[in-house]
Design a protein around this ligand. Sequence first.
Ligand code: ACO
Length: 320
Amino acid sequence: MTSSILGTGSALPEKIVTNDLLATIVDTNDEWIRDRTGICERRIATTETTTTLSVDAARIALEDAGISPEEIELIIVATLTPDGSMPNTACKVQAEIGATNAMCYELNAACAGFMYGVQTAHAFISSGILKHALIIGAETLSKIMDWTDRGTCVLFGDGAGAVVMGPSKEGIIAVEGGADGSKGHVLTCGNAPLINPFVRNEATSPYVDMDGQEVFKFAVRKIPEIVNALSAKGNVSPSDLDLVLLHQANKRIIQTAAKRLGLNEDIFPINLSKYGNTSAASIAILLDEANKSGQLKKGSLVALAGFGGGLTWAGILMKW
Ligand code: ACO
């Protein structure tokens, strides 16, 4: 017995922010952003929140799976941008959709968070502990951007994706993941300094800060390692893969990884041109698009891999 993905969904804010529009806010231009990243536009939340995007994506995934909210026993929301620290976003989703039989928690593994969540659900389901889980990746990164820093604010966007998982004879074949906390400083965002009547520590920047080149090097080294490890564990060759769904950080990262793996770029779908980097949401949104567009076919052999702040990384190999 393994677990598989029974349904997918995604939700995006209505507001589209093009590179040209960004150029009216910071000193940048469409050509620089497209050439260096592949991003043309992104969605930015104005009326939506991490919770509403999560709920919308979850409802679509449940309908796609044909599973009722009451059948869900676990909800995990992977996010680094919750609307508040308590109650957690999964509890808010539970209340909205009526998943009264679920335990609910958030998970923060930055851009690898959705993959960590899928792996957690896989462990619960394949061991028989529970049957159905709802895993969501959701972000409103726009609220943790320094909108005066052209080096970061052009890269990110808001959105959410969700999957419903359940037991299955075929599905997840192998998982791979890890973290290197010693390199955490290359991608950071804020902290909660200890401030109480007895001590007043310095606050640090509440915004995303990044050593772009170090992140780039980490990503293009780690993706081939994940895909090769998954292939070895699944007893397949990377050349057997029908699709590789990667965290959508930067087009050049994806192209370099494809090249290092010796695989055709065509099997690496890209949607970051429309949405930018949506961190924990990106693989979930991409998966929903690949599912609904028919790119994923029954029996497709697909690898998914995320990598991000922490530093964290995780992937799965599955038969669709
Ligand atoms: N518009 C115009 N010019 C810019 C912009 C911008 N938005 N941002 C930076 N520049 C300028 C810099 O000031 C610099 O100018 P200078 O040469 O006069 O000093 C020049 O462009 C080059 O800057 P670099 O930071 O060296 O540019 P680089 O080629 O490294 O590209 C980038 C930056 C796109 C961030 C790249 O490092 C990258 O792709 N890194 C991967 C990181 C990433 O994708 N992170 C996403 C989050 S992490 C994750 O999801 C895992």
